[in-house]
Design a protein around this ligand. Sequence first.
Ligand SMILES: NC(=O)c1ccc[n+]([C@@H]2O[C@H](COP(=O)([O-])OP(=O)(O)OC[C@H]3O[C@@H](n4cnc5c(N)ncnc54)[C@H](OP(=O)(O)O)[C@@H]3O)[C@@H](O)[C@H]2O)c1
Length: 348
Amino acid sequence: MLADEKILVTGVSGMVAAPIATYLAQQNEVWGIARFASDSVRGDALYSNPLSRASIEAQGVKTCAVDLGAPDFSELPDDFTYVLHLAHTRLEGQLDRALQVNAIGAGRVLQHCRRAKAALVMSSHAVYSPPPDVFHRSREGDDMGKAVTPWAPSSPASKISLEAVSRFCAEAFDLPVVIARLASVFGPGSCTWLDVCRKIAKDNFRIIGTGDNYHHIVYVEDLVEGLRRCGQTKGVEGKTYILTGPGPAKLRQLLVIIAQELGMNTSFTSLPAAPFRLYQRLCDFAHRSAGIQLVRSHYYDLFLMDQVFVADKARDELGYFPKVSLKDGFGRLIQWYREEGYLTPLVL
Ligand SMILES: NC(=O)c1ccc[n+]([C@@H]2O[C@H](COP(=O)([O-])OP(=O)(O)OC[C@H]3O[C@@H](n4cnc5c(N)ncnc54)[C@H](OP(=O)(O)O)[C@@H]3O)[C@@H](O)[C@H]2O)c1
């Protein structure tokens, strides 16, 4: 483990960064930045449920409020030895603002910390173009830039811009930078599966199609271990790694695990996929030909999309072996939803 370093973690209150900062704070001086803003300021951020500033500080992390949309670093030291950049905002229809925070803001962080020994920058699977073959397993060198991600519409452009800005900073400031591309993360702190869990808990979940499409998700704890290895493995500066879970699983398998954890029925009514696929094509056509985003375009991707990655490079070069099974992971996630009151009868 890193010890006696001075480390900056951006987006420290987020689902992925908070456990990393907590872990590092055991033996290092760790500083964390985020806006620590009120819900009304953060109102348009999609799928984000950050921890409070007090709970971050309770883990021994020093905090500083910085808005990367217009950063003021006057209260933040600049003598960090390592930087972990995870701050990110997911916005709908405000790409300029998203790029300002996610790409230019990242550049400002790396500029501020240019004397560090190394920086780790968090990208995502949203950089990859949808593969022509649905069974294709994405690798680091695959085609990028044509993805549509309904859960985070601004993310594909943001993450590609972030990677470009990070590479520029690496050259301009002679700063070793490692880029990690994360698969979809699940675990306490993540509300991505909440809607599905609520519908299953109400016994009114319906599968569109057969549920035989593949998802390849990673539990937050495995991911933290992967990031730790990116930061601590010698000789990986300048490289990019995909970090994902133990293996892809069919959607139906994930839904059965969720239903079992909720103590609910594991057989689901199916709807034919054809009308939804047709609507998805219409949405794509409207978007490409007229730039119009139709309602619920890509809302049904959960059922219609396959997402499979190859993480051989991380395994071979970082010794990264994700361990948490889907059953354990969803068990812990649902436990967290219960503790947070997200699955109470009132909410249902
Ligand atoms: N979770 C996933 O499934 C997933 C998948 C692939 C990649 N990733 C990547 O992993 C990283 C962490 O993701 P996450 O899911 O943990 O994110 P998250 O929970 O939404 O946390 C985002 C963090 O960024 C901060 N932030 C947002 N806007 C900011 C701004 N303008 N200035 C400063 N800080 C700001 C947030 O705090 P405030 O709102 O208080 O500022 C929060 O601390 C991101 O780079 C994300 O793209 C995540």
